[in-house]
Design a protein around this ligand. Sequence first.
Ligand SMILES: C[S@@+](CC[C@H](N)C(=O)[O-])C[C@H]1O[C@@H](n2cnc3c(N)ncnc32)[C@H](O)[C@@H]1O
Length: 211
Amino acid sequence: MDVATVKSAYSRWARVYDWIFGLLFGNARRRAFECMELKPDNYAIEVGVGTGLSLTLLPEGCHLVGVDLSRPMLERALMRWRADSVDRTAALVEGDGTCLPFADSTFDAALAAFVVSAAPDAVALLKDMQRVCRPGARMVVVNHFSPNKPRLAKLWSGLSGITSRLLGFHAEFPLESLFEKAGIEIDRIEPATLFGGWRVVTCTRRDHDAN
Ligand SMILES: C[S@@+](CC[C@H](N)C(=O)[O-])C[C@H]1O[C@@H](n2cnc3c(N)ncnc32)[C@H](O)[C@@H]1O
């Protein structure tokens, strides 16, 4: 999967995305925000913000920067944000999560929800997410990862070719090796939905993490 494939997949998805992913994964997004432990005046970044389904979950007094590769997805996020009048600020940026246009240690928390399996280079995306977080910041990743059960894992592996071409995400996605390659230690892994495989992964940007 490359950047052009992702952009093309999500320009198709943008119109119907909220109908499918809004209801289905609402609880997982809410849990992700709890895990970010945002405090008033904190700045958070959401990499792959999509149509901005999480924007209304941002606690009052906090600020969010949402970055995404897909302009049609961001246009929906902007409409959602304009319809919301609560005391929070958001900025939406068209860009690539693997080369974020922000200085090191800018943010107090970071979120990547349903993005790592949709990204052309998930390791680079996690590394850059870590770079822009300050030491002590919570980094939360919500995604479908390869199931631990061998039979289910084989099934998802078989589906991966089809899902990346048509839907813009890899169905087969190993959790531990991804974070290991990105050099990020995991604090906690929780089930994200009733369906197996989706998980909320919480990490902390440590002082000694290399950029
Ligand atoms: C399944 S959607 C998730 C959207 C949103 N986070 C949510 O919870 O509904 C995946 C999004 O990730 C974006 N994406 C994929 N790779 C990216 C990258 N390298 N940088 C920025 N956005 C990316 C896609 O354009 C798409 O909008």
